[in-house]
Design a protein around this ligand. Structure first.
Ligand SMILES: Nc1ncnc2c1ncn2[C@@H]1O[C@H](COP(=O)(O)OP(=O)(O)OP(=O)(O)O)[C@@H](O)[C@H]1O
Length: 332
């Protein structure tokens, strides 16, 4: 795969100090452009989350950066190595756990680990030690002698990640690591990921869970239509979209109607007997609404203040076609 070099043919110092960097990453399948000139720069020791709707190209980006498939264009460096000229060095520096697990269901958890140790050419004794230590760390010691086919979804993900860590990679790609896990297993996985990062590992994460990106990532990029629609910290992204709103809900239709006419610039929801008023989340705005209701003798049954969250950012950036599950409350 011919990958264009930078103009002077050398990686820049910014590229070298990043754990992962991409400049002008492009990939098409036939006439479908999946990645249309993506730039990324992920500092060592940080967590980067790539968010995007189904089919946005997240897995494609992971596959390219982890050397599984080639890019059509772009200058790509991982762990200081050029993907075009030194893919072997990249492979030695990274670990990847994907949506398609490397776990062999027919053998035990321990055997899976030992197989990985063999693949990394660890001496027998060292391999056994590494396997035992990782199984312990991922709470799999008890299940180690059982076939992986008997493991729950959460246990399989933990085993998959433990296998990835056998080679002690400093950069890890996690492609939707908690998809399909129950909330408890998801939190366990988050704890594990945080532990890795505190040990200095760089994590490139793809996820469809905005909460996951909010919890884990130092920086988040939203991929849409082949491009990075926005990039920043969770707080920076939240500031990109208009402020939140105050929602008032009534059980008495008469009170609902009175409030709708007493307050200015409200969005009404006759079915739910709910009103929505744009708000910057300030005390002043809240007080002005409450004062107005008080002066009219109206009492709402429920009042909620909604500040923008990553969901709002995601839906604002990825367009109306992708919001089938968006609740009325969050749409503005
Ligand atoms: N080998 C392939 N041949 C042709 N098209 C492909 C191939 N792999 C992926 N695609 C297409 O490229 C687009 C991006 O796919 P990709 O799997 O990277 O998306 P994604 O963001 O990871 O989606 P999801 O969240 O559903 O996993 C999709 O439209 C997909 O159908």
């Amino acid at each position: 795969m011919p990958t264009p070099r930078q103009s002077d043919g050398q990686p820049s110092s910014a590229t070298l100090s990043a754990a992962i960097s991409a400049v002008g990453l492009r990939k098409s399948y036939g006439d479908k452009t999946v990645l249309d000139g993506i730039d990324l720069r992920i500092p060592a020791g940080s967590v980067f989350a790539l968010l995007g709707p189904n089919g946005a190209g997240k897995t494609t980006a992971v596959k390219i950066l982890s050397t599984l498939i080639g890019a059509d264009a772009g200058t790509l460096h991982v762990g200081g190595h050029d993907l075009a000229t030194d893919p072997q060095a990249v492979r030695a520096a990274i670990g990847v756990t994907g949506q398609f697990s490397a776990v062999d269901n027919l053998i035990t958890g321990e055997e899976n680990m030992l197989l990985m140790a063999d693949l990394h050419h660890l001496p027998k004794q060292e391999g056994r030690l590494a396997a035992a230590e990782l199984l312990e760390r991922f709470d799999l010691t008890e299940a180690a002698k059982k076939p992986a086919s008997t493991y729950s979804g959460g246990m399989k993900r933990r085993l998959d990640l433990a296998m990835t860590l056998v080679g002690n990679p400093r950069i890890i790609f996690l492609d939707e690591p908690t998809t399909g896990l129950d909330p408890r297993s998801r939190h366990t996985m988050w704890g594990i990921i945080r532990g890795l990062v505190s040990g200095g590992v760089t994590v490139f994460l793809t996820t469809q869970y905005l909460e996951e990106a909010d919890e884990l990532a130092d920086r988040i990029a939203v991929l849409n239509d082949g491009r990075i629609a926005a990039e920043g910290t969770a707080d920076e992204l939240k500031r990109l979209i208009p402020g939140g709103h105050i929602r008032l809900r009534f059980t008495d239709p008469a009170a609902y109607k009175s409030a709708a006419s007493a307050l200015r610039e409200v969005t009404t929801d006759d079915e739910a007997l709910a009103l929505q008023i744009r708000s910057d989340g300030s005390q002043r705005k809240l007080r002005s609404i409450l004062d107005r209701l008080d002066s009219e003798g109206i009492e709402a049954d429920e009042l909620t203040v909604h500040t923008p969250d990553l969901d709002d950012v995601f839906f604002a950036l990825t367009g109306p076609a992708d919001i089938p599950n968006k609740t009325k409350e969050n749409v503005r």
